[in-house]
Write a protein that binds this ligand. Structure first.
Ligand SMILES: Cc1cc2nc3c(=O)[nH]c(=O)nc-3n(C[C@H](O)[C@H](O)[C@H](O)COP(=O)(O)OP(=O)(O)OC[C@H]3O[C@@H](n4cnc5c(N)ncnc54)[C@H](O)[C@@H]3O)c2cc1C
Length: 576
């Protein structure tokens, strides 16, 4: 009898764990998913052939292990996508791809498990990863600004000379007299950008995302999110542009330097996870839908295992705790069932996991878990004949090149707009005659916007598009609403005491907290997957101390720029 791993959640982390267990061990994975959707936050929601990606999932990673894993599931494109030539996209195409299947069933039609074949043509095949250009800008008072914000001549012109000078003075002041305590986000931003630029471009959007003042949000989020961007560098470039004889050209170069590339499955991120699910099932693994984990039973044996800090007395002691079984509930019938397990992987919110453990963990652990806060998310999908984007001094545009746009204006609730046509032309049923956008609202489950009936939400979305000058009601063809609870684990509440929960859970030799909400960390797909991979590494190597899983994604800064250039280099290597 092979050992059994129960995995809570069919998102990127849970499915990576299941796939890697099948690939590298003889452990039988059973994935339990409470909803009917595969992919968690990285699912693709299909509305009449128009697809929504929650938040927009770029596939990029500094980790070669992750990139290779993705390309093994969905190989790099070998020919242009439907819109690449008309839009003049610069894309690296592969000539040949190598795919390694897990088992004979997955490799149906192929003699060998390792197959070399021509790179797929997205116009003819569906199992393909596209390379897409990236552009995201800030839309503010009917002007576009680069994201991340930099002071170029165009930006200075759009902000006005007085405002630009005041931003400059406020920046100098912040550098001469920096705020001493940088633990919270407002001080973090002010010290880097000056108060005025912070108030113009960072405060309202960040407060929309989190629903609380920046003064209450720990700076960790800013450090992970904000690129190695500094105003000093932006000003240096602006001055360099001024001194360049041909500064119009320098301006164009500066603006285009913001355009980088990322990878994206033909039908959105959910396609990756649906394909992985098919393979896991073909290879004998299980993915059960509509099955919610509602209870986790454990026992603790003192005197064996590895030394840990006891959360109460802070003394070193030796304990081995084990998860013994998991209770699951069928979401259709409400029936429950108890499944014994040898390993348990949790991608559920930490708050839920601790709350459902029997016996109840130490009070301190429960208190910290209970104090963790989440931010929820909803998308209003609007299908339009065309956009009507008003930009000062220009004719209204029927289309924009951006993947997504930040809405900085404080007078509307919408925080970001996704233009799904620009993520992949295959995200839209009739891409030639319609534009499919997603209005993103950062909300709290149960608040006024969350509970608003769909019809009213759609009306709100349309009214806000008209208000900011982005689209007109007369052009709307269809609409829908999609809600995603617990999209963001918040870096406030009891977050700064999370180590109490970590220290409690790492005592368990067969429990793995992985993923984003599973670890209450702002992990992207790559880091969520790496935590799952590290957990499987531990099983393979017989390691029972799982602290190494918590070492994934701890770099203080998030070198997105570097990551992207590395991805481009990798792509070029892959392309022939
Ligand atoms: C707005 C936004 C934009 C993003 N952009 C990017 C991006 O550009 N690139 C990128 O790589 N990543 C991005 N991410 C991050 C990415 O979505 C996550 O890293 C990833 O989805 C986390 O995977 P996961 O498996 O840990 O969790 P999830 O995706 O949250 O999946 C967890 C699953 O567990 C299920 N579940 C929960 N409780 C239970 C239970 N009790 N029993 C059974 N099942 C349960 C849930 O229904 C869900 O399906 C973005 C996220 C957001 C919110």
């Amino acid at each position: 009898m092979s050992k059994i791993a129960i995995i809570a959640g069919a998102g990127p982390a849970g499915l990576t764990a299941a796939y890697d267990l099948l690939k590298r061990t003889d452990v039988h994975p059973i994935v339990l998913e409470s909803t009917q959707a595969i992919g968690g936050i990285a699912q693709t929601f299909n509305y009449k052939g128009n697809r929504i990606d929650i938040g927009g999932h770029r596939f990029f990673s500094k980790s070669k292990r992750v990139m290779d894993w993705w390309f093994n599931i969905l190989p790099h494109q070998g020919a242009p996508a439907a819109d690449s030539i008309e839009k003049g996209h610069e894309i690296d195409y592969a000539a040949e791809v190598i795919v390694e299947f897990l088992c004979k069933e997955c490799a149906s039609g192929h003699e060998e498990l390792r197959v070399t074949k021509p790179a797929p043509d997205p116009e003819k095949e569906d199992q393909v990863m596209l390379q897409r250009p990236r552009l995201s800008r800030i839309y503010f008072r009917r002007n576009f600004f680069p994201y991340p914000i930099g002071i170029t001549l165009t930006v200075a012109r759009r902000l006005g000379i007085v405002n630009t000078c005041l931003i400059g003075f406020s920046y100098i002041k912040a550098h001469l007299f920096p705020l001493k305590d940088e633990s919270f986000l407002d001080a973090f931003f002010v010290n880097r950008f000056g108060r005025r630029l912070y108030e113009t471009f960072f405060r309202d959007y960040t407060e929309k995302v989190w629903g609380v003042p920046c003064a209450q949000i720990r700076a960790d989020w800013g450090a992970q999110r904000i690129k190695g961007l500094s105003l000093k560098r932006a000003v240096f470039h602006a001055v360099k542009d001024l001194l360049t004889s041909d500064f119009a050209k320098a301006q164009v170069e500066r603006e285009t330097s913001l355009i980088t590339r990322f990878f994206y499955p033909k039908f959105g991120p959910g396609q990756m996870w649906e394909t992985v699910t098919d393979q896991v099932r073909s290879c004998g693994g299980e993915v059960r839908m509509g099955r919610r984990v509602v209870g986790v039973r454990w026992e603790s044996v003192p005197g064996s295992g590895f030394p840990v800090q006891d959360v109460q007395n802070k003394e070193q002691e030796t304990r081995n705790s084990q998860i013994t079984s998991v209770t699951i509930e069928n979401s259709d019938t409400g029936e429950t069932e108890e499944l014994p397990c040898d390993y348990f992987f949790s991608t559920m919110p930490v708050r839920h996991l601790i709350g459902m453990m029997h016996p109840k963990p130490d009070d301190r652990v429960c208190e910290v878990a209970e104090g963790l806060i989440y931010r929820d998310f909803l998308t209003v999908g609007l299908l339009l004949k065309k956009l009507h984007v008003e930009e000062k001094g220009k004719k209204a545009a029927a289309d924009v090149p951006d993947n997504w746009i930040y809405i900085q204006d404080g007078g509307v609730h919408v925080g970001r707009i996704q233009i799904f046509n620009n993520w992949s032309p295959y995200m839209v049923a009739d891409r030639k005659n319609s534009i499919w956008i997603g209005l993103e609202y950062f909300v709290n489950e149960g608040d006024k916007i969350w509970v608003m009936p769909d019809k009213e939400l759609i009306a709100l979305g349309i009214a806000e598009m008209e208000k900011i000058g982005f689209a007109r009601k007369a052009d709307i063809l269809d609409a829908c609403v999609l809600r995603m609870p617990k999209a963001y684990p918040a870096y406030f509440g009891s977050y700064n005491q999370l180590d109490v929960v970590r220290d409690f859970t790492v005592q368990f030799s067969n429990l793995f907290l992985i993923g984003r909400n599973g670890m209450h960390r702002y992990n992207n797909q790559d880091h969520s997957m790496l935590t799952a991979m590290t957990a499987v590494d531990n099983i393979v190597a017989g390691i029972t101390d799982h602290r190494n899983i918590w070492d994934v994604n701890v770099e203080p800064t998030y070198h997105e720029e570097k990551e992207q250039s590395e991805v481009d280099v990798e792509a070029r290597k892959r392309a022939v």
